[in-house]
Each structure stands twice: as structure tokens, then as C-alpha cells.
Write a protein that binds this ligand. Structure first.
Ligand SMILES: [Zn+2]
Length: 184
């Protein structure tokens, strides 16, 4: 009888030890995940970055001088931009407050063109490569082929804007449901 009691006590100790080990491991993993979340929105999502570079290459192949004007926007700078044309001077450029734009989560960037004089332009009719098609729309088509959503297709037009949502709504992103590095 005494021997079997010892065995039972040994087993209970082992089980308690394993539960403790599991709990500690779980907490460490959770901490890692929240740290990832905190860093996830300081730069473009790796897939968006990769596709952005593919778009730059494709535009160059079509003799279009493409420039990326804006990538990440912090929540503070988004709020500042929102005030432009409202409480501060200038034209209204965004309808999104801080946290309401895909720019705030590294899932969007804006583009423009460079003309023959090396000037940055936002002329959607400009045909710099002389193929009879607007360069701006050519870039939009190339981007859509790469899987981007284009702001020029929206009811409230945002011609420079390209984004990849990975099926996330702004509400989900605000709750911290960011896509992982594979876009899942
Ligand atoms: Zn944009």
C-alpha cells in the first residue's frame, strides 16, 4: 500500500509540473504575439512590400516612371492629415481618422508619376510612354493584376491609393486582428 501511494504522489507531482510548464510556455507565446502586433504596423506588410516592388518593376518595363508617395501612416499622422482642410488649412485629403485607414496597418500605399522634367505629377491623363493610354490607369491595371484594390474604382475616388486588405475590415484591424506574414 505504501509503495503505490508513493507512485501516485510522484505522478501528481509530474502532472502539476507539466501543467506549470505548459502555462509558462503559453504566456511566453502570447507575449511574443502581442509584441509582433505592436511592430506589425510600423512598416508595410511583407506581401504588400513584395507586390509594391513587383509593381515598380512592371511599370519600369512599360516605360512608366512611377513613384511611391506614401506608405505607412501612423495613427497620429493620420489624425493630422484628417484635420487638413477641416481645422487646419488646405484641401481635404482623407475621410479616415487615425486607425480608420489601411495605411495605418501597413496595407496601403499611394502612387504618383514622374514627368519628363523629373517633376512629380498627379495627372491621371498623362501619357508619358506615348502608347495612347493614360499611364495612371496603366499602373492601376498592373496593380490590380498583382492583387491590389485601387481607390480609383471606388465611388469616392482616391486615384493614388492601392491597398491589400487580406479580407480584413477596418473594425477587425482596430481590434488587432492583423494578417500574419503569409496574409492569413
Ligand atoms: Zn492612400
Amino acid at each position: 500500500m505504501k509503495g503505490s501511494k508513493k507512485i501516485i504522489l510522484t505522478w501528481i507531482s509530474i502532472i502539476i509540473f507539466l501543467i506549470l510548464l505548459f502555462t509558462v510556455y503559453n504566456q511566453m507565446e502570447r507575449k511574443e504575439q502581442t509584441e509582433e502586433k505592436a511592430t506589425a504596423s510600423t512598416e508595410l506588410h511583407p506581401i504588400v512590400e513584395e507586390k509594391k516592388n513587383a509593381l515598380l518593376d512592371a511599370a519600369a518595363d512599360s516605360n512608366i516612371e512611377l513613384v511611391i508617395t506614401e506608405e505607412m501612416r501612423t495613427i497620429d499622422s493620420q489624425n493630422e492629415l484628417y484635420e487638413q482642410g477641416r481645422s487646419t488649412g488646405g484641401n481635404i485629403v482623407t475621410y479616415a481618422k487615425g486607425g480608420q485607414s489601411y495605411h495605418n496597418y501597413g496595407l496601403a500605399f499611394d502612387y504618383a508619376l514622374i514627368d519628363k522634367h523629373g517633376e512629380i505629377i498627379w495627372d491621371i491623363h498623362y501619357d508619358g510612354n506615348g502608347n495612347g493610354k493614360s499611364d495612371w490607369f496603366e499602373v492601376a491595371d498592373l496593380a490590380k493584376e498583382l492583387g491590389f484594390e485601387w481607390g480609383g474604382d471606388w465611388n469616392s475616388k482616391d486615384y493614388p491609393h492601392l491597398q491589400m486588405t487580406f479580407g480584413r475590415s477596418i473594425e477587425q484591424l482596430q481590434e488587432g486582428l492583423l494578417p500574419d506574414e503569409n496574409g492569413n
